[in-house]
Write a new protein. Structure first.
Length: 153
């Protein structure tokens, strides 16, 4: 057989003859593709997914709903257990959200401090401009108070 044949010869792989490991962790970066950053946080979604998968949560919800209309004691007991799991998961998810908010607040404070030390004039302009805009989710009364404070100064 000519030596160049081995350069051309096709590679055949039999089942389980190579690496069979695959990544099964979901890629949650696409959740917020094209959506403004204020609408979602892919990193927080990933952390929440680590608490309980969406399929697991939907399974618990399904079991609770089926248990509500069932007369079978075993189904009702499973529904009660699923409801307990949902409540625990909801508390753990809220803890993840609180941690993420605290991290965001710390990042913002460090960025403001860095701006203050690097460019005091820009820092002052930012502070003067900040009260004129109402924070997201502010009520009309809060927005009016903010506007009246900024016009009074």
């Amino acid at each position: 057989m000519p030596p160049w044949f081995w350069l051309w010869s096709p590679q055949f792989y039999f089942p389980f003859s190579g690496s069979v490991a695959q990544r099964i962790e979901p890629d949650t970066d696409w959740f917020f593709a094209g959506i403004p950053p204020s609408a979602g946080n892919a990193e927080m979604e990933r952390k929440i997914f680590d608490v309980a998968t969406y399929g697991r949560q939907l399974g618990w919800i399904t079991e609770v709903l089926l248990g509500m209309n069932s007369t079978d004691a075993q189904v009702q007991a499973q529904a009660a257990e699923s409801l307990r799991c949902l409540r625990e998961t909801q508390q753990r998810i809220e803890a993840v959200k609180d941690e993420e908010r605290a991290t965001l607040l710390g990042t913002a404070a460090r960025a403001l401090e860095k701006l203050r030390s690097a460019d005091p004039e820009a820092y002052e302009r930012l502070l003067l401009a900040a009260p004129t805009a109402a924070p997201a989710g502010a009520t009309r009364a809060q927005s009016r108070r903010i506007a009246s404070k900024s016009s009074a100064s």
